[in-house]
Design a protein around this ligand. Structure first.
Ligand code: S3P
Length: 741
């Protein structure tokens, strides 16, 4: 095989310590540059690097290293940067890419500006989030950056081609590259890296100064060792980092000192409540970080988790089950519980990634939330005006509901905020909420074509409006009602067709009156919410997979308990019954303002129907699995008036049609729906869910009537709405296994 062409001809590393050396070694090992040359103030270190195979050539001077290089990497302690840049400047060829690896970025940009006048198109600040308490070229490790993040902070005028080269270079070293602003980088790193180092240095120093220090160290076990490992890091490097990132570090030290003081007071006063609250909040946050911060610099991105479902054909559905809690209600329970006065207890909370994203975002805004523990959550409400500014963007994963409802709430807060999401959420339309919010006086910036991220400017006085929604959307309605809680006068929303009314019901449950008159819902600003208890019903949207499964699989008899039966959500039952499904509803009752019932479903010979358009908003999330029912029915099923399906987690019309086609089922796609001739054989094959949870689960259901094995790709997002789906599906009769969980 031909050798790959290196990205750079000649890379010059200035400063051959642990990071410079490791980068040189990784670049050499992966053949990303033709020649790697290094200069170090201690020439013997450069020679050692050459001897160890970390670099190709040791340069005797900066001039020798930089001359002819098309990539220069500055890897010196941050306080030495400016003088090194001044030495590099006369030898830098035009077009040479200049970057660094320092832990503080404003200081690098400052040094560049004082030497070069500006951050030119070819200068890109960088920072690999990797390291070790070891130092020096002898500790260089070409694998140091594998599976680590590298943050680049390009400027407005950065040459995109150079940015691409540098990105590919780091990716070639095994890293994942993220870009962010200089200021945000420095804030984030002050909190996540600089402060922990400071505390580790300080703690070890304090203990070493105690009289019995030998004994203390002798008896110090795992906790001390884990916590203080980084106190063995390079003192000069850290000295430089703290002085260079002074302001951000001081802010976070002050914050930490206040919190530490609060714990001291709590211990002195035997204040168990404060101690338990802080510790359980921290424990929950620590456990949650690895999942929910996936959009940020220092943790794994869950959406890169490849999960594949494998299904064997056939089976029958039997059992007596309860599916997880309703996603829409779970989101709202956290939001209103957080804004209420008093403590709200929630049972049946959905522990899926979407509602957990909402929960974490409120923690980020200063709300104490205990749990979730087996569906139990306790929210210590901060009152309608009690939210605090989050320190960074709120990452909402895959959740459109969270982003749209948050936008209404945050538009009315005194602080600025930014809402971000995963790849799928980043493509979804947000103009539908941003536009009416702007009409209320909100200041919101979206990316191109109204897409996320949303940048919301706080401190705006909102005024109530009357809004006629062009699309039937519960998310838009809820967003405006939430903004309306903070607005001058009344905010009213008219819907073109009934949409889920959980927000209205729950606001009433929290003692906030919502005036409802036909298609119009309105609230008056200025009231307060009172904490309450919430019992979240099982999610009818999750139950839908089992309703269809037991209908299409022969000899099935399945009971689903405590299913939410809100009239604005039961379209799936109406449609399935029109198709001839055998669904028995019993034990109808009301829990906390929401109707619930038990459902017994048995196999039936389904027939194709013309789906009544008025049912579309009432079954909006259930169409993917209804398409599977239609494929198994006798005769043709026609869906119209459902263009909204094209802007869900995926284009659910096209993605379902493509998946069905991959299994040999013909359909005709229309702009606002689909025509599915029934009675076709569902073959085996491989289906791409496009990261859409409901598509993945729908094709798992299809296996019950398939004649061959089905493989479904890209299923990690099933965890957004239905944790435990695979186990529950298997226990009731679907022959499913999952790979990659
Ligand atoms: C939801 C409303 C619906 C639905 C979504 C949840 C909600 O979206 O599809 O899964 O919780 O308000 P639209 O309001 O955009 O139709």
């Amino acid at each position: 095989m031909a050798e790959p062409t290196p990205i750079f001809q000649r890379m010059a590393v200035i400063g051959l310590g642990l990071i410079g050396g490791s980068m040189a070694a990784a670049v050499r090992q992966n053949r990303l540059a033709g020649t790697v040359v290094a200069f170090d103030r201690r020439y013997e270190d450069a020679l050692l690097g050459q001897e160890l195979g970390v670099i190709d050539e040791a340069a005797a001077s900066i001039a020798d290293a930089v001359t002819g290089a098309d990539l220069v990497v500055v890897a010196v302690p941050v306080r030495a940067t400016e003088s090194v840049l001044a030495e590099i400047k006369p030898h830098l060829a035009p077009g040479t890419l200049l970057t660094d690896v320092g832990s503080t970025k404003a200081s690098f940009v400052g040094a560049v500006e004082s030497v070069f006048g500006e951050l030119g198109a070819n200068i890109i600040p960088g920072h690999p989030i990797a390291g070790s308490e070891k130092s020096g070229v002898a500790a260089a490790n070409p694998a140091l950056f594998a599976q680590h993040k590298v943050i680049l902070t390009p400027g407005e005028g950065t040459d995109p081609v150079k940015l691409d080269w540098l990105t590919r270079l780091w990716e070639g070293c095994g890293a994942t590259v993220l870009t962010m602003s200089v200021a945000y980088h420095d804030e984030v790193l002050a909190a996540t890296s600089h402060l922990p180092h400071l505390i580790a240095f300080s703690l070890v120093d304090t203990l070493a100064g105690e009289d019995q220090n030998m004994d203390i160290f002798r008896y110090a076990a795992g906790g001390f060792r884990d916590f203080t490992r980084i106190a063995a890091s390079d003192p000069v490097m850290w000295h430089d980092i703290f002085l260079s990132n002074r302001d951000a570090v001081l802010r976070v030290i002050d914050h930490f000192s206040r919190d530490l003081d609060q714990l001291r007071t709590a211990i002195a006063n035997q204040d168990s409540a404060t101690l338990l609250t802080v510790f359980s909040r921290a424990k929950a946050a620590r456990e949650h970080f690895s999942k929910m911060l996936s959009g940020q610099a220092y943790v794994t991105d869950m959406s890169q988790n490849q999960v594949t479902f494998h299904l064997k054909p056939g089976g029958r559905m039997v059992g007596d089950i309860r599916v997880p809690g309703d996603k829409s209600i779970s989101h709202r329970s956290i939001m209103l519980g957080a804004l209420a006065d008093g403590v709200t207890e929630v049972n049946g909370f959905l522990e899926g990634e979407d509602s957990l994203a909402t929960l974490q975002a409120f923690r980020d805004m200063g709300v104490t939330i205990e749990g979730p523990d087996n569906g139990y959550v306790r929210i210590y409400g901060v009152g309608i005006d009690g939210l605090q500014a989050p320190r960074g963007p709120l990452y909402l994963g895959n959740s459109g509901t969270a982003m749209r409802l948050f936008s209404g709430l945050l538009a009315a807060q005194p602080f600025d905020s930014e809402l971000t999401g995963d790849e799928s959420l980043s493509k979804r339309p947000m103009g539908r909420v941003a536009d009416p919010l702007k009409a209320m006086g909100a200041v919101i910036e979206t990316a191109e074509a109204g897409r996320p991220p949303l940048k919301i400017r706080g401190g705006q006085a909102l005024t109530g409006i009357h809004y006629e929604m062009p699309v039937a959307s519960a998310q838009v309605k809820s967003c405006l009602l939430l903004a309306g809680l903070y607005s001058e006068g009344a905010t009213s929303v008219t819907e073109p067709a009934p949409t889920r009314d959980h927000t209205e019901r729950m606001l009433e449950g929290f003692g906030y009156h919502v005036h409802r008159n036909g298609a119009v819902s309105s609230v008056s600003g200025g009231g307060r919410l009172t904490a309450t208890a919430i019992d979240v019903p099982a999610d009818i949207s999750s139950a839908a997979f089992f309703l269809v499964a037991a209908s299409i699989a022969p000899d099935s008899d399945l009971t689903l308990r405590h299913v939410g039966m809100n009239p604005t959500r039961v379209g799936v039952i109406t449609i399935l019954r029109l198709m001839g499904a055998d669904i028995e509803v019993s034990n109808e009752r009301e829990v906390g303002g929401e109707p619930v019932a038990d459902l017994r479903v048995r196999s039936a010979n389904l027939k194709g129907i013309d789906i009544p358009e008025d049912q579309v908003p009432l079954a909006i999330d259930e169409f993917p699995v209804l398409f599977i029912a239609a494929a198994c029915a006798e005769g043709e099923t026609i869906l119209r008036g459902a263009e909204e399906l094209r802007v869900k987690e995926s284009d659910r019309i096209q993605v379902m049609a493509d998946g069905l086609e991959a299994l040999g089922v013909r359909t005709t796609v229309t702009p606002d729906g689909i025509v599915i001739p029934g009675g076709q054989t569902i073959g085996g094959g491989s289906v791409d869910s496009h990261g859409d949870h409901r598509i993945a689960m729908s094709f798992a259901v299809a296996s019950l009537r398939a004649v061959g094995d089905i493989v479904i790709n890209d299923c990690a997002n099933v965890a957004t709405s239905f944790p435990g789906f695979v186990e529950l599906a298997r226990s009731t009769g679907i022959q499913i296994s999952a790979e990659g969980i």
